[in-house]
Design a protein around this ligand. Structure first.
Ligand code: GTP
Ligand code: MG
Length: 453
């Protein structure tokens, strides 16, 4: 969908959550916003950027819609950069239905599409693409770490950093072009290029650091992946249920009960954690469904950050071969301690628990919390955390890394070739900020937005 053609429309939407509430906020944006407010209140516009109490009436028949706090927000210092109006009404279905019907009937007004307010903010230059992406993250944030990470992005710090890199590259490009122009005067050419290889290598280092930080923060967005694995009947599903605090998974004494992957979301000190229960792993099974379940379990283990490997005295020990190519931290958990005639060695296991007796569980959770925090708790100030941002930044860094950083080799290369690498890097940074190729990304990004944002 392309909205460029209907930017003249004034759009409106319920911007607070749907459902009955004390207050609901309806926003308008566009050239007719002020006129609509005048028609609704039958009065002059209130002072800009100040809430005013007004009776809202249906202009058609004068029927009262609600008493509301209204705000008149004239362009250009608004979210969208356009004239905006906010109507804080009572959050009742009848009031909202009436109000939205009346707005829909007004000249030049129409209901907003998904993410259309933000799209206008972007097109008006009020927000950069990374800020829009951070806004989507903020709206979806469920934990403290996700919230902080999104707020870092929303501040525009990433865009500023990318702009600074871009400026440095433009400067380097100017020097390379000077060297190309003065190719016959070797002194001038060399002078133009003094310090350039060093500057480029510093940029490569900075971008690499930013990439690593962003990758660390990825788990803060998506959740740290903890997988409970082990032989059938070890008590994997029992542990998941305990962690979830409810009966998520079926528990039974029949080996091979769990066939599908079951997932529970936890919030450990603000860090989102996805715990998966998997089908028990055993050497051979005649049951096709159980085999499928084991395949899924294996796939999940490959991507795990932390594996809780369950042992129990009444089941065979887990086969380790599965984990050889996973880089995950493996915590060995000995369950059903109540069945064990002798307490196993603390050196051999990271946690000794009995889910039946509820013993050792708190210290297992504490250990998990500590590991998660240590591994993933540092990423909140990362600037480039989304896959798209990482991709663009990596492409910029890789292009720049093609430039020889040793002065001799650098000077030996044709300046045209060097300039081409720098140009490629610049273009990827522009992609990152959303200066180029932005239109084809927008639909995808805004499809995740709600209406009214
Ligand atoms: N005695 C004792 N039994 C336990 C304990 N934890 C779980 N069990 C029992 O062990 C059996 C298997 O538990 P599940 O949680 O279904 O085991 P699972 O690892 O998910 O098994 P599969 O899904 O078949 O792979 C059930 O009968 C549980 O009640 C424990 O700490 N002590
Ligand atoms: Mg199970």
């Amino acid at each position: 969908m392309n909205f460029m053609g209907d930017m003249q429309d004034t759009i409106f939407a319920l911007s607070s959550g749907a459902g009955v509430a004390a207050v609901a906020v309806v926003r308008l944006s566009g050239p007719h916003a002020g006129a609509a407010l005048r028609q609704l209140t039958k009065r002059a516009l209130p002072d800009p950027r100040k809430l005013a109490l007004r009776r809202l009436q249906d202009p058609a028949d004068g029927a009262l819609i609600d008493e509301a706090l209204v705000a008149w927000l004239p362009a250009p210092s608004t979210f969208t950069g356009e004239d905006m109006v906010e109507l804080h009404v009572h959050g009742s279905r009848a009031v909202l239905q009436h109000l939205l019907d009346v707005l829909g009937g007004m000249q030049g007004l129409r209901a907003a599409q998904r993410g259309e307010f933000t799209r206008r903010a972007l097109l008006a230059g009020r927000m950069s693409l990374p800020q829009v992406e951070a806004l989507a993250d903020l709206l979806a944030a469920e934990t403290r770490a996700q919230q902080q990470l999104a707020l870092t992005g929303l501040s525009g710090a990433g865009t500023q950093q990318a702009e600074a890199w871009r400026k440095a590259l433009v400067d380097i490009l100017a020097r390379l072009e000077a060297a190309i122009d003065f190719i016959d005067e070797e002194d001038v050419a060399e002078q133009a290029l003094t310090g350039v290889p060093e500057a480029i290598s510093a940029l490569v280092v900075e971008m690499t650091t930013a990439l690593e930080k962003g990758r660390g923060a990825e788990r803060l967005r998506e959740g740290v992946r903890v997988v409970i694995a082990g032989p059938p009947n070890a008590g994997k599903s029992s542990l998941l249920n305990w962690l979830a605090g409810r009966e998520v998974a079926i528990v039974s004494d029949i080996p091979g009960t769990t066939r599908d992957v079951l997932e529970v979301k936890l919030d450990l000190d603000g860090i989102p954690v996805l715990v998966s229960d998997t089908a028990g792993l055993r050497a051979a099974s005649d049951d096709a469904i159980e085999r499928l379940g084991m395949e899924r379990a294996q796939a999940l283990l490959q991507d795990a950050d932390i594996i809780l490997l369950m042992h129990a005295p009444d089941v065979p020990p887990p086969s380790i071969s599965v984990f050889t190519d996973s880089s995950a931290l493996v915590l060995k958990v000995f369950n059903k301690a109540d069945l064990s005639p002798s307490i196993p060695s603390r050196n051999e296991f990271d946690a000794i628990i009995s889910i039946r007796d509820e013993s050792g569980l708190d210290s297992l959770l504490e250990r998990l919390r500590r590991e998660v925090k240590q591994r993933f708790g540092q990423g909140e100030t990362a600037l480039f955390v989304q896959a798209r941002q990482q991709q663009a930044l990596r492409a910029a860094r890789d292009a720049l890394a093609m430039v020889p950083q040793d002065e001799q080799t650098f000077l030996a290369q044709p300046a045209e070739l060097l300039a081409e690498h720098v140009r490629t890097a610049t273009r990827h940074l522009e992609e990152l900020i959303g200066r180029v190729d932005v239109e084809n990304l927008l639909d995808e990004i805004f499809s995740t937005f709600c209406i009214g944002k």
